[in-house]
Design a protein around this ligand. Structure first.
Ligand SMILES: *Cc1c(COP(=O)(O)O)cnc(C)c1O
Length: 394
């Protein structure tokens, strides 16, 4: 069964699961094995040489993990997909697999904190030149890309102020320069946005967030052009940043409700963003669904929904952030995002903990900014909760 033509909700449930499993199991079996036994040496040899389908060793491939890879492949409509133990393993292995000394990468200043560290510290150590542009400055990105580069590394929406990049426009500039375009689609999720359809070559997910959806599992997924995925897979096979089958099962189960959850989170985030936008103690709300957001027009063009993460700035300083966050009932004060439960925190303890206060300031991340990742609770209750918390601010 080819689910390419099916909608995301159907694909989330059925992709990779259209065949019958052992004993007619109606859920994906967790194949907890390191190695795979063969009765016939010739067959073993053929599988080992890639002449016949099958598995040899679970650092390389595993049937449970393969189901998950097929799910993301279909949800992003990609040629191929591979998986990793964490999102950062996916990002670092992708960069190391595809780049060599002397290469040049053009990227943005607002990448995820861990990605920024890769770009600013680890790649330059290998004599790879990295140019970081102002995230929303499309002209600067195009100028830098036109100077020549091997890779363009993007993320949209970004963390934590939800800046939006026109992926089609930048992918087209990259194509002209002969560069590979990679985009981190963690914030969008395949429900809201499919970067491959906009001309991107590789999509990366921290499946730890929306795809897993329950804050109980770390996982990274990369999908896109077949020959690029093969290179990344060959590299990961040796670096060993492999996903465990039990973890893969958690993500598979989480993904069955992906469309339901993300649609609900889109609605909740929109309602909360509108509420906060009118509140006198809130000086600024960052949510691409608001017409006042700088990236709203581009977001409307390339996204089907605006996502479950927003951020907002309070009037006053960090004291007010503490008053509000310490008094909210329906929130975990915690890093991460995209979970069924609402998570919130200041960027200095969440997304940008790796950066100095100076670097955060440069990115326009003030001390009174709060990142709020909306769960699947009822928006009325979340808004009531925010209202009573904001009332406590003097
Ligand atoms: C969390 C996150 C990552 C890193 O993923 P891990 O699974 O924590 O390694 C990468 N990119 C974005 C946008 C993220 O939010």
């Amino acid at each position: 069964m080819d689910l390419k033509k099916h909608k995301h909700g159907t694909a989330s449930v059925w992709a990779g699961e259209s065949q019958l499993f052992q004993e007619g199991s109606s859920t994906v079996p967790i194949v907890n094995t390191v190695t795979y036994a063969y009765n016939d040496l010739d067959e073993w040899y053929d599988v080992a040489r890639g002449k016949k389908a099958g598995h040899i060793y679970s650092r390389n491939t595993n049937p449970t993990v393969a189901v998950l890879e097929e799910k993301i492949r279909q949800l992003e409509d990609a040629e191929a997909a591979t998986s990793f133990s964490t999102g950062m393993a996916g990002i670092s292995n992708t960069l190391f697999a595809l780049l060599e000394p002397g290469d040049r990468v053009v990227s943005i200043k607002d990448s995820y904190g861990g990605t920024s560290k890769m770009l600013l510290e680890f790649l330059p150590r290998l004599n790879i030149d990295v140019e970081l542009c102002e995230t929303e400055d499309h002209e600067q990105l195009e100028r830098e890309i036109a100077k020549g580069c091997t890779m363009v590394y993007l993320e949209s929406p970004t963390n934590p102020t939800l800046k939006i990049i026109d992926l089609k426009r930048i992918a087209s500039a990259a194509k002209k320069a002969g560069a590979i375009v990679v985009s981190d689609n963690t914030f969008g999720s395949p429900i809201n946005q499919n970067p491959l359809a906009l001309g991107v070559d590789l999509v990366i997910h921290s499946a730890t967030k929306f795809l897993g959806g329950h804050s109980d599992t770390l996982c990274g997924l990369v999908c896109g052009k077949k020959e690029l995925i093969q290179k990344i897979f060959d590299y990961r096979e040796i670096t060993g940043a492999t996903l465990h089958p039990e973890t893969a099962y958690n993500v598979i189960r989480g993904m069955k409700t992906l469309e339901l959850r993300v649609n609900r989170q889109n609605e909740n985030a929109m309602a909360i963003a509108k509420y906060l936008d009118e509140h006198p103690k809130v000086s600024q709300v960052y949510y691409p669904g608001l017409e006042s957001h700088r990236g709203h027009d581009i977001a409307k063009k390339q996204m089907r929904g605006f996502g479950g993460v927003l951020s907002f700035e309070l009037e006053g300083g960090y004291d007010h952030v503490k008053t509000l966050l310490h008094n909210l009932k329906f929130v975990h004060l915690a890093a991460s995002l995209g979970s069924v439960s609402t998570l919130a925190g200041p960027p200095r303890t969440t997304s940008h903990v790796e950066l100095s206060e100076e670097q955060r300031k440069e990115l326009g991340i003030s001390e009174s900014l709060i990142r709020y990742s909306v769960g699947i609770e009822n928006s009325e209750d979340l808004i009531d909760d925010l209202r009573q918390g904001l009332d406590l601010i003097e």
